[in-house]
Design a protein around this ligand. Structure first.
Ligand code: PHE
Length: 479
């Protein structure tokens, strides 16, 4: 059958590592610590964990089941259920496409830092004389931003062109264990620095006073929810696509628990690496999306200094780079599979390589404003959305237009498209086709013990939470 032309995972471990590899990425290492730093530490963490259990795991299982049941990636899967659901498939493909535009830019910046530290190790100046202010320089350097974006995109493209087994699976298998090891090494290093303790307290000490008004609560909920979608890679096509390559004798439910747990553990580890490091080296937790780049640089160059700083800095960015690549290949795979499935459905020979290359060109084009607006710092080669609207950061209505193109794409995807897609999927799985998940889970011959819990979540919990999140998002968007 067509399944063979599409490719299939070589083993469950390969599938699992690729899924975990897709989940663990900049969401864990870059976004989680900075969002936690900005949104009140423990308060954010607590809501995040509740969301993972009530929503994240449930969506992941639904997506695996949908993919395997229909044998299609995101686009085709919904259409295979019923024609009227096709639009959800489109939504699930637009998200990774938009995310790739900023994901690959960040990945490229990571690569630049990685090279910088490598040069330092060999005695050269890796940061054009800017030292710990390098981030300020890099944002405005159009050539570097575009060049490293292009390099990161090209690496992603070549892996995805290799196909499901030769490319993604082989790569993930090799790098995921290495990633875990490097992470632990850095955590131990940070833990023995004086002052690190305070960072752990920030993360783990209950602080209900963060929610002094309902609005505070909803703001944290919105941030935590977006983070959950992004970090677990749910609410778009990823897990549908990966599930479609999985054979029927594997346990979906086990995989749907292992992936979120592993992802959450990595997010916590990233927090335990970055936040205590900030505490130890006097960096403000709440400084926003720049936290990873601006502050860790301070930590490595000014805090640790010397050869140790260069080596740890290199290891750190190398780790982030690996994590980002295993995620970007998953994102691109969704786009590729969308078209490849369409070609197969029409009885054509799939053109995997050409399709992938065309997507990469389009992504590069829409990434240009993201690369050239200096992340909203103003006065750059390309105007940020708020500048185009003639606003300044203090004007009324500023929040509505977001500070930079990165945030704008991010808001459209994790703020709107993903919760909306998740809402529709949970309604389909809970009400329209209530037996699909259970039957698909039991294909492996095991009884699906959690069936009642999942059904309840699909029917009530996920829709309720998604409506709350969308409502919060829309009200804050319109001021
Ligand atoms: N989950 C990835 C991360 O945490 C990002 C991602 C989102 C990857 C969606 C694939 C799909 O970085």
């Amino acid at each position: 059958m067509e399944v063979n032309k599409r490719g299939q995972w070589g083993s469950n471990l390969g599938f699992l590592l690729a899924s975990v590899g897709s989940a663990i990425g900049l969401g864990n290492l870059w976004a989680f610590p900075y969002k936690m730093g900005k949104s009140g530490g423990f308060a954010f963490l607590a809501i995040y964990l509740v969301l993972v259990v009530l929503v994240g795991i449930v969506l992941m299982l639904g997506e695996f089941a949908l993919g395997r049941h229909t044998g299609h990636g995101a686009g085709g899967a919904y259409a295979a259920l019923a024609k009227k659901y096709s639009f959800v498939g489109w939504m699930a493909v637009i998200s990774p496409f938009l995310i790739l535009a900023f994901y690959c830019l960040l990945g490229g910046m990571v690569l630049r830092y990685c090279l910088g530290f490598l040069m330092q190790i060999f005695g050269a100046d890796g940061f054009v004389g800017q030292g710990s202010d390098f981030f300020g320089w890099l944002r405005y350097d159009s050539t570097s931003m575009l060049l490293f974006l292009a390099i990161f995109l090209a690496i992603t493209m070549f892996i995805v062109m290799g196909g499901i087994k030769g490319g993604i699976e082989r790569f993930s298998k090799a790098v995921m264990p290495a990633l875990a090891v490097i992470l632990v090494v850095i955590i131990v290093f940070v833990a023995i620095q004086p002052g690190a303790k305070e960072g752990y307290a920030f993360m783990f000490k209950p602080n209900a006073e963060t929610f002094s008004t309902p609005k505070d609560f909803f703001d944290v909920l919105k941030t935590a929810s977006g983070q959950m979608f992004f970090s677990l890679s749910v609410g778009m096509g990823i897990n549908i696509t990966f599930g479609s390559y999985l054979s029927k004798d594997r346990s979906l439910q086990r995989n749907a628990v292992i992936v979120p747990v592993a992802d959450t553990v990595f997010a916590l580890l990233a927090g335990m690496m970055i936040l205590p490091a900030c505490a130890a080296f006097g960096v403000d937790y709440a400084q926003g999306p720049g936290l990873l780049f601006a502050s860790m640089q301070k930590v490595f160059l000014d805090g640790m200094g010397g050869m140790a700083g260069n080596v740890i800095g290199f290891l750190f960015y190398f780790l982030v780079f690996i994590a980002a690549i295993t995620s970007s290949i998953a994102l691109l795979e969704v786009c590729t599979a969308f078209i490849v499935d369409k070609q197969l459905d029409k009885g054509k020979e799939p053109k995997r390589r050409a399709v992938t290359a065309i997507f990469v060109v389009l992504i590069f084009i829409i990434a240009i404003p993201v690369a050239l607006d200096a992340l909203g710092s103003g006065g750059a080669a390309v105007k940020a959305p708020y500048e185009l609207m003639g606003l300044t950061p203090d004007s009324e209505g500023f929040a509505m237009w977001n500070d930079c193109w990165l945030d704008f794409y991010d808001m459209i995807t994790e703020g709107i498209l993903m919760p909306l897609g998740a809402l529709i999927m949970s309604l389909i799985m809970g009400w329209a086709l209530p037996n699909l998940v259970k039957n698909e889970c039991e294909e492996s011959g095991h009884k699906f013990k959690g069936a009642q819990y999942f059904k309840f979540c699909f029917r009530f919990v996920v829709p309720a939470v998604m409506i709350l999140v969308l409502y919060t998002q829309i009200t804050s968007f319109f001021g």
